[in-house]
Structures are given as structure tokens and as C-alpha cells.
Write a new protein. Structure first.
Length: 378
């Protein structure tokens, strides 16, 4: 190669996927808390007791500062943001931690971003405030009509994820000028909550809003144009859910790898069968690509303030790939995978429930297409 050609060589930029010291410390702390307080035995006991959420686990998560670490500490100290949230959510998914972490953390980030609700932010930091997020559904949504100096809400939401564990609701509602987001107490007059056990056997709720009164002080980012706050919150909720799903899939696959190396048929481990190895390899690729796309989306949301395309892409992949992963892990456990009391089955039903949280894969893919088309027009 000539000197000229050597001088004109273009070097591709390197990609850095390692965690910095703060992120690594946050991950290690989260892993320690979830692995010690959300064991298979403790999970089963809490489920059988009918508790809406794991109070001991929530208390330790809050006391250890896993939410506070995500928030800005002051001028020039941004906190660990969405990347930190994704790291914690992945550890929660690995342990199937029964707490409303992702919705509460996203709400805290939104308050920090747009201001207001300082008392609720203090309550989140102390653990006394837990927030469930309500997003519009394909068939149902909450509508707001002007009422005096505020709004009156009417409508319904079918999947109020972990609502029984929450003290407050982050509600996205439609108005004539666009979408707004309110943060209100769950027991406000006019809100009807019908609790039920979901596919994962966690407790959720169907909600009906009938003449619920709101004021501007109830809004997140009341001074922002309609649609701004909801457009900021949605990709972050979907990215947080994708991180949770990434952890669920990764741990289900780890357990399956251990099981197939121990389970023997015809004198050898079933992991040595080519069909088993190929399915496990495909599942591994799915878990890795899901996580890399999720942490990339989180990074973009932190650094660009506009990572919607990456977020919708990661959310779509988490739903499609997660579906494949947990079907693989259940199938490779044979009949044990269908045992409702077998923990591998809990990973299966958790993933299938998260698969439709805040929208299906098809709905998310349509949102992704809209974001891409908007980008091409601008």
C-alpha cells in the first residue's frame, strides 16, 4: 500500500459498550438487592400471600438510592438517567422483582425534567409514593374536556399495570389541542379501580374515569405545548419496559442453559443435541440484540434528548424477540416448563404480559414508522 493510500485510510470510530464506574456500581448494587430479596422462595411466598407488591424489596431499592441516583443532583450533575434506569430494570427483570420501579422512575425523571410536583418527588425518594403509568390503548383511552380553569376526564384503561401497588397515577389524556399528562392520586373522586390478577399473577387493574376534575397544577410540564411531555415520556416508558424484558429473557435463558446441561437423555446431556443447541443459540442472539438495542436507546435519550426512533425500535425488538426467547426456554424444559409452580414458567408469563404493556409489537412498529417518516420529511 502506498504512502498516499495509507494517509487516506478512514478509520471507523470505535464503539464503547463498557460501563463507567458509577454505572458499574449501580448495576452491582441493584443485582445484589434483587438477587437477595427476590429469590424464587420469597417470590412464591409473596405471590401466595396475595401482596400487591414486594414491600421489603421496594423499601430496600428506595433506601439504597437506586431511584435518586438516576436524577439530577444539581447544576452540571445530570444523574445516571435512562441508562441507569435500564441497568436497574434489567436486574429487576432477572429476579422478577415485584415492584413498580420502571413507572415510578420514569415519572421521577419527568418531574425532574419539567418541574412541579416537588412534594411527590420527595415522596418517591422516601418510598411513600409509588406511581403506575397509564397510556392510551388501541380500544380505550382517557379524554379530557375543558372544565373551568382545568379539565374533566372521562374514559377507561384496561391494563393498569401494577396499579394496586401504586399510590398515584401518571395519566396521559387526549384534549382538543393534543395530549397532556397528569400526575394524580389513585383515589381521586371519579376514578373507579377494578383489581384483577394478570397473566403473570401480579395484581393489575381496569380503571374507569368519570368526571375526574384536574387543574393545571396536576400536569407534568403545565407550561409546555400540548404533546411535548407525552412525547418525552412514552419512549422512556417503552425503553424501560424493554430493559425489564431483557432481564427476564436473559435469566430465563441462563437457567435453561444450566438445566439442559444437567438433564440427561440416552446417557448424555440434552444440551449436546444439535436441535437444542441451535434453539438456545438463537435465543442467546435475541437476548443480546435486545439488550444492546435497549441500552443504545437509553443512551440516545440521555444524550440527544430525542431517541424516539431508537426507543421504538428497541421496544419492538424486545416484544418480538422476548416472545421467541421464553417459548424456547419453556420448550427446552419439557413438561416442567408448563408447570405453573415452576419458576421458569413465571419467566414465560411475565414476558408474555410485558409483550402487550403500553402497546403491542404491531402498535409500536407503527409508531416507529411514523417517527422515521417524520424524520424524512424534516
Amino acid at each position: 500500500m502506498s504512502t498516499a493510500s495509507m494517509n487516506n485510510t478512514i478509520e471507523a470510530p470505535s464503539m464503547e459498550f463498557s460501563l463507567d464506574e458509577e454505572q458499574a456500581g449501580l448495576t452491582d448494587l441493584a443485582a445484589q438487592i434483587f438477587s437477595s430479596l427476590s429469590t424464587d422462595e420469597l417470590y412464591a411466598a409473596g405471590e401466595q400471600a396475595g401482596a400487591a407488591y414486594d414491600e421489603a424489596l421496594w423499601g430496600q431499592v428506595v433506601e439504597s438510592g437506586l431511584i435518586d441516583a438516576l436524577l439530577p443532583m444539581g447544576e452540571g450533575e445530570p444523574g445516571l438517567g435512562m441508562a441507569g434506569l435500564a441497568l436497574v430494570a434489567r436486574e429487576q427483570g432477572r429476579a422478577l422483582g415485584r415492584i413498580p420501579f420502571i413507572s415510578t422512575a420514569v415519572a421521577a425523571l419527568a418531574i425532574a425534567e419539567f418541574g412541579g410536583h416537588e412534594q411527590l418527588l420527595e415522596g418517591i425518594s422516601s418510598g411513600s409514593v409509588r406511581i403506575a403509568a397509564l397510556q392510551p390503548e388501541v380500544r380505550r383511552r382517557v379524554n379530557g374536556t375543558a372544565s373551568g380553569s382545568g379539565w374533566m376526564l372521562d374514559g377507561a384503561i384496561e391494563l393498569g399495570y401494577l396499579v394496586p401497588s401504586a399510590t398515584h397515577l401518571m395519566v396521559q389524556f387526549h384534549t382538543g389541542t393534543g395530549q397532556l399528562t397528569a400526575l394524580i392520586e389513585k383515589d381521586r373522586a371519579g376514578i373507579s379501580v377494578h383489581e384483577y390478577r394478570g397473566l403473570s399473577r401480579q395484581q393489575h387493574a381496569e380503571l374507569a374515569f368519570t368526571g375526574v376534575q384536574l387543574q393545571a397544577s396536576d400536569l407534568i410540564g403545565a407550561e409546555q405545548p400540548a404533546g411535548t411531555v407525552s412525547a418525552w415520556i412514552r419512549p422512556r416508558l417503552l425503553t424501560a419496559a424493554a430493559a425489564l424484558m431483557s432481564g427476564v429473557g436473559a435469566e430465563a435463558l441462563r437457567r435453561t442453559a444450566a438445566y439442559t446441561n444437567e438433564r440427561k437423555q440416552f446417557g448424555r446431556a440434552i444440551a449436546t443435541n444439535q436441535g437444542v443447541a441451535l434453539r438456545a443459540a438463537d435465543a442467546f442472539i435475541d437476548t443480546e440484540t435486545t439488550w444492546l438495542s435497549t441500552i443504545d436507546a437509553a443512551w440516545q435519550l440521555d444524550h440527544d434528548g430525542d431517541g424516539a426512533e431508537a426507543a421504538f425500535g428497541a421496544s419492538w425488538l424486545a416484544r418480538e424477540a422476548g416472545f421467541r426467547v421464553v417459548h424456547t426456554t419453556q420448550h427446552l424444559h419439557g413438561g416442567m416448563g408448563a408447570d405453573l409452580d415452576n419458576h421458569i414458567h413465571r419467566f414465560f408469563v411475565w414476558m408474555r404480559e410485558l409483550d402487550v404493556l403500553w402497546g403491542t409489537a404491531g402498535q409500536v412498529s407503527e409508531e416507529l414508522a411514523a417517527v422515521i417518516l417524520d424524520g424524512e420529511k424534516s
